[in-house]
Design a protein around this ligand. Sequence first.
Ligand code: FE2
Length: 428
Amino acid sequence: MAFVGAVVPDRLCFLWGVASWGYLQGRPLAVRMFNNHHDSRVNTGCRTNIILRLTNFTEYITINSVIWQMRFVPLNCIRDGSHLAKTIYGANGEVLLRGGTELSSPYIRRLSRIGLQGVYIADDLSEDIEIANLMSEELRVKVLKSIKGALSDAERGKPSKSNRNAHAMEELSMQIVDEILSKQSVVFNMIDIKTYDGYTFQHSVSVAVLSVLLGVSLGFKRAKLAKLAYSAIMHDIGKVFIEPKIINKPDKLSQEEYEVVKKHPANGYAYLRDHYGMTEISARGVYEHHERYDGCGYPRNKTGTHISEFGRIIAIADVFDALVSDRPYRNGLFAAEAMEYLMGNSGRLFDPVYINAFVRKVALFPVGTCVLLSNGAIGLVMENYENYNMRPLVKVFSVDDCRIEPYTLDLCHDFNCLNITVIASVDM
Ligand SMILES: [Fe+2]
């Protein structure tokens, strides 16, 4: 137990309180705060649904705290009265639905209309399910806004502003890297919530985070990771030069349309070199993110290690995130299913060394998802262990369709659990 403080820069005030419920990675799991301005007591960190309804100050603390208690629930399984645990952002980084909102049928229908298949909620089952955010919401919103600005400038052919965009992007790339490196355990452990109209921007952020994780796994240093993040954020900027009706076409592209789409890596490379002064190492990542290990990719049919490191990394991150994302014409795959696709194409489409590194960095069953075990039990994933992503810590709450008093099974460290495996993610 210790006193801690938090500065709220945009409101120029200082909050203080007492850390409680223990620490993780050197940060308090929760802090009982005393709000200097409103003289009211608020909890931070753990009980998101309570925190967000109390005061604006608490949102800052929530988005900057490392731990949230919540679980991922498909929309069709959400009951009226559940509380949204994580704020939903739109294409411009604007708040669509604030964390803490009590979900009713109209809200759930609205979430479905904007393209969400599920959201994080806080309920009795999510107690003890602590999810560490690799990147703060504050930074995510900043990056989303910058990407949108950069893309619309490119669309309108406004190169004069691009230098400013370039500086902003380089700075944000470094911040992404610093936030990820500040975590002791860097495993991609969350399900990204993407809206239909925000997909392009939200996908770019996810690809950057996944690429940096892979870069960390490969031993890249900070400066190189920042160049990788920059390249990944901008990897699809060349698409703005292609007609939207082709880019957004849900059906199979004609050969002619496909030839047009295949130009976007080269267009992006040329634009970023000319208007952003992007370094060759970063720009090559943009140019080669659709090349494939066996030479079947585009635009230049490069093979193996003739494809740049950044190109091979972004290719993996790009495909993984596209597969797990919900699109208007199909639901996203579970992380485990997407990983199966990548592993099945290791050495063919993707660099096998990089796939091995990627598998260790991405949770197959992210924390807060519901899983079916081989012994018939159903539980929530509480923790994933780096390098052992198939054997998480699970909070079992149902056996043979009967709710039971929850207990935990450590599939990684408990010898009595060695014969139990995770069969699949389940909706509940
Ligand atoms: Fe692309």
